[in-house]
Design a protein around this ligand. Structure first.
Ligand SMILES: [Zn+2]
Ligand SMILES: [Zn+2]
Length: 385
């Protein structure tokens, strides 16, 4: 704002009375007004071609109002505006990294732009993740593109997946499958899976593999499908034998899970140490099921301590409820191979490798919890991002 003939000591404040010159003989330059202040002091002229300041009308000198800067200092107003109400989920550390990088790049490119004002110039969505490109409105600086999410190494060619999508998928999918299971409607589960695949892409099938619960289910399925010899299970009728087979396969599943949990506790999650003892454990468990339960059970993690009341045969609900004791099962060599491969579905290096994915989704558990708490308990339509 330019005010002719004013006191040089006059201080500029937002108070309207102080704007007027105190001594009408001196000229004074005041800083250009912000848009907000400009609206307070100005009025459109009669011809609507310029602005006048009504408060200076009685002033003897000429007062010239300069239009406000386009860039407002009222950032708060800007952020409260209608266009700035969207939320984004960004990685905390990547966000800090971006801020530091942005400042350094801006200084290098525009050394004379002292107080930058950054705005989003472009953002690209990648599932729940975002890629940002920023510009400085005070100079011509445009930043590089910043990925605001972490990526997952899928081992496949092509674009990498954002870990946030991965975790979200697992959470949403699991909660929805639970929901559908309660419905007892197998068809809707299948439909949902197809819908999810369409929405989330092929990564969805990786999730299925990664989920230990699902792996357990397929271990059960493979066990039921397995072609054990006729003499393996006691029982007179085919139905009796099948009944015992189901109990045995259930037992394999439960025992594998328990062994893995014990190993994680014993070795504090050290995968290298765990994988080293897995082959031995599988061998000993096969021995145990074959009736050679003894020292090998006692001195390794098979969940069996040998003997009678301390043996797995006695402790296992599945085996005990069907009257199975040490020596009840008579597996052939081929049967032993089948048992071994069923155990290896959970107790092997490759099973451990797949569990890496599982630990990855665990990190997103808090997000899943938030989402499942706040999302309405309805089926999620394929229209979701
Ligand atoms: Zn700048
Ligand atoms: Zn044993």
């Amino acid at each position: 704002m330019q005010v002719s003939s004013a006191s040089s000591k006059s201080e500029f404040t937002n108070s309207t009375t102080n704007v007027l010159p105190k001594k009408p003989t001196e000229s004074l330059w005041l800083p250009r007004l912000t848009e907000k202040d400009f609206k307070l002091y100005s009025k459109e002229s009669y011809d609507k071609k310029s602005y006048v300041a009504p408060q200076t009308e009685k002033c003897a000198t000429t007062v010239k109002l300069l239009r406000p800067h386009k860039v407002s200092d009222d950032y708060l107003d800007e952020y409260l505006g209608d266009t700035n109400t969207e939320n984004r989920t960004v990685d905390r550390d990547l966000n800090i990294l971006m801020m530091n990088n942005l400042i350094i790049c801006h200084i290098n490119e525009s050394p004379h732009c002292n107080v930058p004002h950054f705005e989003l110039v472009q953002e690209t969505q990648w599932g729940l993740g975002w890629i940002w490109e920023l510009k400085c409105t005070k100079c011509k600086f445009i930043s590089e593109k910043y990925k605001m999410f972490r990526e997952i190494e899928t081992g496949r060619p092509g674009r990498k997946s954002a870990s946030i999508n991965y975790g979200f998928q697992t959470g949403v999918i699991n909660s929805n499958i639970d929901y559908c299971t309660i419905d007892g409607d197998a068809k809707s589960v299948k439909g949902l899976q197809e819908a999810m695949q369409e929405v989330f892409g092929p990564l969805w099938s990786v999730n299925r593999l990664a989920d230990t619960i699902h792996r357990g289910q397929s271990q059960f399925r493979e066990g039921i499908r397995a072609n054990f010899s006729v003499g393996m299970f006691p029982g007179v009728t085919k139905a009796q034998k099948n009944d015992i087979k189901t109990a045995f396969v259930n037992d394999i599943k439960l025992r594998s899970h328990g062994i893995m949990r014990s190993l994680f506790m014993k070795y504090n999650g050290d995968r290298q140490q765990i994988s080293k003892c897995l082959p031995g454990i599988v061998r000993y468990v096969v021995n145990c099921y074959s009736g050679n339960c003894g020292d090998t059970c006692r001195w390794s993690i098979t969940l069996c301590n040998g003997g009678k009341k301390t043996s797995w045969w006695y402790k296992s609900i599945n085996l005990n409820s069907h009257g199975l004791q040490n020596g009840s099962l008579i597996p052939t060599d081929r049967d032993k191979l089948l048992i071994e491969s069923l155990l290896e579905m959970k107790l092997s290096q490759s099973a451990l490798d797949q569990m890496k994915f599982f630990s990855n989704t665990n990190k997103c558990e808090s997000v899943n919890r938030t989402i499942s708490t706040y999302l309405p308990k309805i089926r999620i339509s394929p229209a979701m991002p």
